[in-house]
Design a binder for this molecule. Structure first.
Ligand code: GTP
Ligand code: MG
Length: 452
């Protein structure tokens, strides 16, 4: 199993950034630049993640990584599509990801979701590097496919290099405004106190060797202890998505960060109404591309060890929530595990009062992030829940005395049924956005208008 290596698990790397800044392209580049599935040391596709084994990292990074200097098994990348909030990526006490890559388009610089990402990285104290992407779009850029950045930079004209520096220093300035000291990665001595900026092109592969080298170095240097897990122990993970899957009913896409889950395990999952206890019906892995057309898209496996992405099919998952914990019970007292999950759910329980607004969010993690932002802005909350905005939320919002609390703030959610019409009739303000601080700002604008 490529994810195990001398008892150390694969570090989990989240790829974050604003829409269209190149997160998926970057992973595609890493995936595409190497041997096909089925060969030794191949990259494997997981549910919601991609595992890149150490020898492949070495292959892509060339002279920048000598695999014999590392004992971590590789890197497990999680892509976070723009529409899907990466605030889902929580685990007990903090971030699911061990490291993050913040992708920033050198032409666009910081954008709302970049700001949001950086705030959440700071709050969860997740170490990260910045991939300053699309350097190939600098006018006059001469492409040197898949080469380290210094090598291609040396071959550029002075004019191009000057523009390159300007764009990069702009990003370094924006990082500074966000409270982070940063520099070109090759000048960074301590990656915990300084953010390394790695210029890359997901299109041409330039700088991608550097990015992998920096990630491997960071993980090996600072995270080795956290990676030492009991691989055979009962699994612990986080729900990325709750999904209907033909032939399997409601399933969970899970990132497993500790231990093993087996096909005959009883599991406990966080749900809307508290912990759900159920028995695994099937553990599913995506099939290699070549096999998809033959039959189902998934392959059943007997067990899967951290770190990995896996789809879990089981009865009674309808109330499970994205961002919630999943635990295998195996050999432990069921009540203890339930209590454990309960406790973790309570970690994100939001302080609510009798007067305040209604908050809805798409995942447990995003609800937590919303609650933090609202506490900072001193906006009281009457009810906070995971889920779309429903008519009953509107009814709830009408029960307050103060006009300024007659509002619903929805992060990354839709409205259900006639909730919008009801809100309009009942004079309840509905704010929806996929950027937390925009929601808070819009709501504050509404309050100012009332006070005027
Ligand atoms: P979302 O998942 O929607 O948030 O976007 P993303 O961050 O995954 O961006 P994606 O990888 O889909 O890239 C967006 C667009 O930018 C695509 O058209 C890519 O081809 C283009 N693109 C990404 N990286 C590069 C790059 O390094 N150079 C150039 N020229 N184009 C790029
Ligand atoms: Mg994408």
């Amino acid at each position: 199993e490529e994810t195990q290596h001398g008892g150390l698990r694969t570090p989990i790397v989240a790829v974050l950034g604003h829409v269209d800044h190149g997160k998926t392209s970057l992973l595609d580049k890493i995936r595409g630049s190497t041997v096909i599935e089925g060969e030794a040391g191949a990259i494997t596709q997981h549910i919601g993640a991609t595992a890149v084994p150490l020898d492949v990292v070495g292959e892509v990074a060339g002279s920048l990584v000598d695999p014999s200097e590392f004992d971590l098994p590789g890197l497990l990348f999680i892509d976070t599509p723009g529409h899907h909030s990466f605030t889902t990526l929580r685990s007990r006490g903090g971030a699911l990801a061990d490291i993050a890559i913040l992708v920033v388009d050198v032409n666009d610089g910081f954008q709302p979701q970049t700001e949001e990402a950086i705030k959440i990285l700071a709050d969860s104290q997740t170490p990260f590097v910045v991939a300053a992407n699309k350097v190939d779009t600098i006018p006059g850029w001469q492409v040197h496919e898949d080469t380290p950045i210094q090598q291609t930079l040396d071959a550029q004209s002075d004019r191009v290099e000057q523009q390159f520096n300007e764009k990069l220093y702009e990003i370094i300035g924006e990082l500074s405004d966000a409270g982070f000291t940063s520099d070109f990665y090759w000048r960074v001595q301590d990656f915990r106190s300084n953010v390394g900026v790695v210029p890359v092109s997901a299109m041409t592969g330039e700088g991608v060797p550097d990015l992998l080298a920096v990630l491997m170095g960071l993980a090996q240097r600072y995270m080795k202890e956290d990676m030492a897990i009991d691989v055979q122990g009962p699994g612990a993970g986080t729900v990325l998505e709750v999904k209907e899957e033909r032939g399997f009913g409601t399933t969970l896409d899970v990132i497993l960060y500790d231990g093993t889950v087996r096909a005959d395990d009883t599991i406990v999952v966080g749900g809307v109404n508290g912990p759900i206890v159920t028995d695994v019906r099937a553990l599913l892995k995506p099939r290699p591309l070549a096999e998809i057309r033959t039959e189902s898209r998934f392959e059943k496996v007997d067990e899967i060890a951290a770190a990995a992405g896996v789809k879990i099919a089981a009865p009674d998952l309808d109330d499970a929530i994205a961002g919630a914990p999943v635990r295998a019970v195996r050999g432990r007292d069921l009540d203890d595990v339930i209590a454990d999950v309960q406790e973790e759910l309570a970690e994100v329980a939001v302080d609510t009062g009798e007067e305040g607004v209604v908050v809805k969010a798409d995942t447990l993690g995003s609800l937590e992030a919303m609650a933090n932002a609202m506490e900072e802005a001193e906006i009281p909350i009457m009810r906070a829940e995971v889920g779309d905005i429903a008519p009953r939320d509107v009814a709830m919002a009408t029960t307050v005395d103060e006009e300024e609390y007659r509002a619903i703030l929805g992060f990354n959610v839709d409205t259900l049924g006639d909730a919008d019409d009801r809100a309009e009739q009942d004079d309840v303000q509905v704010f929806r956005s996929d950027v937390i601080y925009q929601l808070v700002e819009e709501y504050e604008g509404f309050v100012e208008d009332i006070e005027r």
